[in-house]
Design a protein around this ligand. Structure first.
Ligand code: PSV
Ligand code: MN
Length: 392
């Protein structure tokens, strides 16, 4: 079979690919050392949404933008929804934030003080209200909770309080809505975090019920962790709700997905497809989101590069000859199985994707088309004054 014929077979699945971009990718970000400003950075949530819509216009891949409360707080969420829809995108996952309030220094949903726990629960109720108005499906909870010193907190007591707080939040999650619980093994707490790994997240969401899932942020694992195994396991358990895609070299670097290790992204996407999270055998509804920051590169091109990387590795993963692979695996032919897998990884799908785009009225090269469009120059000229959006 020629490469083009193989590609034609997978093209219909690529048509169904949707990647959700994070509103915070368009705002300023940095490290704990410095947050750099940059020309054209949005001052308002509407300007972030406009930039997200630009990413979708040029790639056809990013029809939704995730919000972060309170960073994206507005008075009228129904109006915000209309604003996004007029620009051709929708409002996606709502991210809660219990990491920027002095009350939460020692915990939020796990805090020993019931008043502080209730305040954190109320914040999640507010996020659910936002979702009702925006039509968002997923409430994403990432918790900055944990301890820095052995003995500082009661590890078991914190788990018990967390379970109780999550159950209270979950009761308010609507029939069409979902709760996704993200895990991270360190930072900002360094001795322990209360949801460090997929197993802990799984234990909590399994106890909550069928509308609770795990969110897998690719940057939240120790070096060397086999992330695709986690993907396989969570899909097997029916509990992979969403991805936060990004790349890491060292810590939670939040770099462009696929930049540090495209092969890892390929392996992850292969397991997503194999496990029914996308593609021909899809049974699970897995949200593909980005969770990234563009500290030194321009933000919109950074997001365009990111969604294209996901698409390229998805196409390669779809190209794996599954029948031949299964036959080689079952025959115990180690090297042939590996060769079949690697053949797909080494396939350069870029020319095929360029043609796929043109057939759909999209620019063959979204990056060059964006750079030539004048959008970047326009926002840099227009967005003068005001306060650039950032992490607060
Ligand atoms: C912090 O690590 C973090 O990047 C989490 O991954 C969240 O998903 C994101 O912030 C938004 O709150
Ligand atoms: Mn994340």
């Amino acid at each position: 079979m020629t490469q083009a014929t193989r590609f034609d077979r997978i093209a219909p699945f690529l048509d169904g690919q949707a990647i959700e971009v994070p509103s915070w990718a368009y705002g300023n970000s940095g490290t704990r050392f410095k947050v750099f400003g940059s020309a054209g950075t949005p001052r308002t949530v509407e300007e972030k949404i406009a930039d997200a819509a630009a990413v979708h216009r040029f790639t056809g891949l990013a029809p939704a933008v995730a919000l972060h409360i309170p960073w994206d707080k507005v008075d009228d969420y129904a109006a915000l929804r209309r604003y996004a829809e007029d620009l051709g995108i929708r409002l996606g996952t709502v991210n809660s934030n219990t990491f920027q309030d002095d009350d939460y220094k020692l915990g939020a949903l796990t805090h020993t003080d019931p008043k502080i726990r209730q305040k954190a629960i109320d914040h999640h109720f507010e996020c659910l209200d936002v979702m009702d108005a925006t039509g968002s499906r997923d409430l994403k909870i990432w918790l900055a909770e944990g301890t820095n010193y052995p003995g500082q907190g009661d590890l078991r007591g914190r788990q018990d309080r967390l379970a109780e707080s999550l159950a209270t939040i979950y009761e308010r999650v609507g029939e069409e809505q979902r709760l996704v619980l993200e895990y991270k093994f360190f930072e900002p707490a360094f001795y322990h975090t209360d949801v460090p790994d997929w197993g802990t997240s799984y234990a909590h969401v399994a106890a909550l019920g069928e509308r609770a899932f795990v969110c897998l942020d690719t940057g939240h694992h120790a070096p060397g962790t086999n992330i695709e195994f986690i993907v396989a396991q969570l899909l097997r358990l029916g509990k992979l709700g969403s991805f936060d895609f990004n790349s890491r070299f060292y810590a939670d670097d939040d770099l462009i997905v696929g930049a540090a290790d495209p092969y890892q992204l390929f392996r992850i996407l292969f397991e997503v497809i194999r496990g029914g999270g996308f593609g021909p055998e899809a049974t699970a509804d897995v949200a593909f989101m980005l969770d990234q920051c563009h500290n030194i590169e321009k933000k919109i091109p950074g997001q365009i590069r990111s969604v294209l990387n996901v698409q390229e590795m998805t196409a390669r993963a779809l190209l794996v000859d599954r029948d031949a692979l299964t036959a080689a695996q079952e025959a115990g032919d180690v090297l042939l199985a590996n060769e079949i897998f690697m053949d797909a990884f080494y396939t350069d799908v870029r020319p095929l994707l360029a043609a796929w785009r043109e057939e759909r009225g999209l620019p063959a090269d979204p990056m060059r088309a964006y750079l030539a469009s004048g959008y970047q120059e326009q926002i840099e000229a227009d967005r003068i004054g005001g306060t650039q959006a950032g992490w607060n």
